[in-house]
Ligand binder design. Sequence first.
Ligand code: F6R
Length: 236
Amino acid sequence: MKLIEVKTYEELSEIAANIIAAQVILKPDCVLGLATGSTPVGTYKKLAEKNKAGIIDFSAVKTVNLDEYEGLEGTHDQSYRYFMNKNLFDNINIDKKNTYVPNGCAADLEKEGKEYDELIKSLGGIDIQLLGIGVDGHIGFNEPDDFFTAATHPVVLDPSTIEANARFFASADDVPRKAITMGMMSIMQAKKILMVANGKNKFDILKASIEGPVDPKVPASILQLHPDVTVIYSEV
Ligand code: F6R
């Protein structure tokens, strides 16, 4: 694992955007694995700026997102589809038909998960997967558990995740209790992984993930087994 520690969120965002931009320049039809949450917002802003400046072209890029809340349509302002449109896809020259987010409204989420993994396979796998990390160590919505789950699957969110994400909703009661998340197989099969984390509250879990034992109670610790992981951390 390569750890890059920087002083500011601005620097974190610039480095992360440069790494993703390099991938797009080297392989214009690459598959980007994308994340939501507050941490990648700055990275997406910088990618949009680079696109406007003519430095990167998204016209042949495909994207697959990590997760989606159960029961939220893409038009709901807290759905991850909505987030991606607003923070990235509406601001770059990507064809939205090439952007995929799991469907949290599918009647059968197990089936949706299987189809999502098939889709990722049919795209040729993920070239670079962007990840954030939850305060409980989750990646995507793979919450602490007794085992790692390979396939894209429905999950019950941890109380700590509901509390952390309540800031985006009117109240904690409005946060969906369930979601669908890419499992560890598609994440670990990505050719490269880029994790971004900022804030003092992420330091301990990041340290446990990088230095502690590989343990499904700390889901991000599985990344120690991946050959090409870059983690960018800023305290503020
Ligand atoms: C969201 C996701 C989550 C977030 C994590 C950190 O797609 O995959 O694992 O990355 O909850 O969220 P923020 O960045 O809001 O602290």
